[in-house]
Each structure stands twice: as structure tokens, then as C-alpha cells.
Design a protein around this ligand. Structure first.
Ligand code: PLP
Length: 239
């Protein structure tokens, strides 16, 4: 970072952003999809609000965060910018109302217990919050901790969200599990989505694909990709 306006960092972010946008455009073409059909959510977790500000200056409109305290602080810091904040992390029910006060999209709704506090937080601020249901792509024999609802749970969860005034059901979100080809996992996701949309045809959003697998996600119909390290660099202290 150099200079008060972050000139060197801005150049670095601009170059990374251009590379990611070119990858998205190429993947859209490869999948015979219309240019600009896929939206980019830049995941800014672990990076400072000054980076968010630079990204907004470079035309980024949507940012993603996965921890409540960090997200709340950055959203407050950047309140003068016209950004949509996506909450993409594991959500505790005692934090859900607070998240719904600043998040424009909550992408990680994976159990019914989250719905009432989210709806209350949004209603108390007089806002409507978009919701994606996070679906687990773990293989059926998976035994470890699961983030994401099972396909069998999605219908009831979608009904619960739809029954609120302050939440709007928009679609599904998923993360490819470790240890499996992302393309295979995303094939399952596409099938889950197709079945889900028979009951919830308005829920057209599909958030899938990250720095390492955005092409595979766009190939199966992702409407939003969530990209962190390919834009911001490796996260300090992790990975
Ligand atoms: C961190 C994170 C991302 C971005 O991951 P990168 O590999 O850095 O692009 C996307 N989605 C979720 C849910 C995340 O937690």
C-alpha cells in the first residue's frame, strides 16, 4: 500500500479484478451464456475497509463477508458507498437479527431456527433482506460437520422464508466440498436446483463458484460467483 489514496494497492486490485472479469466472461462464452449474465461478489473477509473502498471505486457493487463483527464494522465504515453486502458465513441464531440489520443478502441460511431472528432484524430496520438457502453438497455418506441444509430440508426452509414479510427468497448457495472435483459436485447442485425450482420458480439465484472453481460453477448455471483471493490476494494468516 502506498500513498494516501492507496495507489499501488489500487493498481493491484484493478489488475486482479480485470483477470477475474475476463475469466467470468470466458466461462459465460464457453457455456453459451449471455455476456454479463453472471454477477461477481467480491469476498473481502480479512481485508480492510480501505480495500472495500478501492474496490467500490473500481466498479465493484457487491461484497461478501463471513463473520458478523467484521462485516458489521466494515459495512458501517463503508456506509457512504452504494454497496450490496452479502453475508456468506456460518450464522449463529443469536447473531442472525444483527446480521439482517446491515446485510442486503444473507446467502447462508441453512436451518429453520435462523428465519425468525433474521426476519425480526430486517423488520426492525424496515428493510427487506434477500435470502439464499445454503445447500450442502457433501456426498450422502458424509459423516463430518455439514454446512448447508440437505436437499430434503430445502422445501420447509423455503416455505418458512416465504412466509415472512421482511425476507425474500431468492435462490440457493453452495460451496464445493473439499476432496471432490468441483465439476462433479456442481452437477449435483444443478440437479438439486432444477428440482427446487419446480416448487419455487422465482428462486432463480444460484450462488456458486469461488477463486478456484468459478468456471465449473458458471458451466452449470451459477448466477453469482463469490471470489476472494483471486481479487484480493491470499488472506493474511489463513490458507
Ligand atoms: C471465503 C469464501 C469465498 C471466497 O473464497 P476464495 O477461494 O478466496 O475465492 C467464497 N465463498 C465462501 C462461502 C467463503 O467463505
Amino acid at each position: 500500500m502506498s500513498g494516501p489514496d492507496g495507489g499501488a494497492r489500487r493498481d493491484e486490485l484493478a489488475a486482479n479484478l480485470a483477470r477475474v472479469q475476463a475469466r467470468i466472461a470466458a466461462a459465460e462464452r464457453a457455456a453459451d451464456r449471455a455476456p454479463g449474465e453472471v454477477s461477481l461478489v467480491v469476498v473481502t473477509k480479512f481485508f480492510p475497509a480501505s480495500d472495500v473502498r478501492l474496490l467500490a471505486g473500481l466498479g465493484v457493487t457487491d461484497v461478501g463477508e463471513n463473520r458478523h463483527q467484521e462485516a458489521a464494522a466494515k459495512a458501517a465504515d463503508c456506509a457512504d458507498l452504494d454497496l450490496a453486502w452479502h453475508f456468506i458465513g456460518g450464522l449463529q441464531s443469536n447473531k442472525a437479527a444483527a446480521v439482517a440489520r446491515y446485510a442486503d443478502v444473507v446467502e447462508s441460511v441453512d436451518r429453520a431456527r435462523l428465519v425468525a431472528p433474521l426476519a425480526r432484524g430486517a423488520a426492525e430496520e424496515g428493510r427487506r433482506v434477500d435470502v439464499l438457502l445454503q445447500v450442502s453438497l457433501d456426498p450422502p455418506d458424509h459423516t463430518g460437520e455439514r454446512s448447508g441444509a440437505t436437499e430434503a430440508d430445502l422445501g420447509a426452509l423455503a416455505e418458512a422464508v416465504s412466509a415472512t414479510e421482511s425476507l425474500r427468497l431468492r435462490g440457493l448457495m453452495a460451496v464445493a466440498p473439499l476432496g471432490e472435483e468441483p465439476a462433479r459436485a456442481f452437477e449435483r447442485l444443478a440437479q438439486i436446483r432444477q428440482r427446487f425450482m419446480q416448487s419455487f420458480p422465482e428462486a432463480t439465484t444460484l450462488s456458486a463458484g469461488m477463486s478456484g472453481d468459478l468456471e465449473e460453477a458458471i458451466a452449470v448455471g451459477a448466477t453469482h460467483v463469490r471470489v476472494g483471493s483471486a481479487v484480493l490476494g491470499s488472506r493474511p494468516g489463513v490458507l
